[in-house]
Design a binder for this molecule. Sequence first.
Ligand SMILES: [Zn+2]
Length: 97
Amino acid sequence: MSSVYFDVGNKNPKIILDEQSYRVFKKFENKTVWLCSQYFGTRTDRCKSKLTTTGRTIIVSADPHNHAIIPKRDKYYQNMQCQNVTIIREGQNNCQS
Ligand SMILES: [Zn+2]
């Protein structure tokens, strides 16, 4: 289990994972797709890092961030909810040898 932060008190929900923030891109019946905040607001150099959430499971795309972590103040997390989730990272081999 790992923990992530959810911004739930906002009409544009966010998730913070690995200190990177993601915003809702598309909601489906049983899953939600989130894109890195650096995808929005720019037409070039869009970050392709993506999350898919289904319940308490988060699938992280294999696409690496194309930018450094953007530092956030502690205050940023004040209104966020910490949740324990299961994180599945695509493109990584987690098998035990
Ligand atoms: Zn990114």
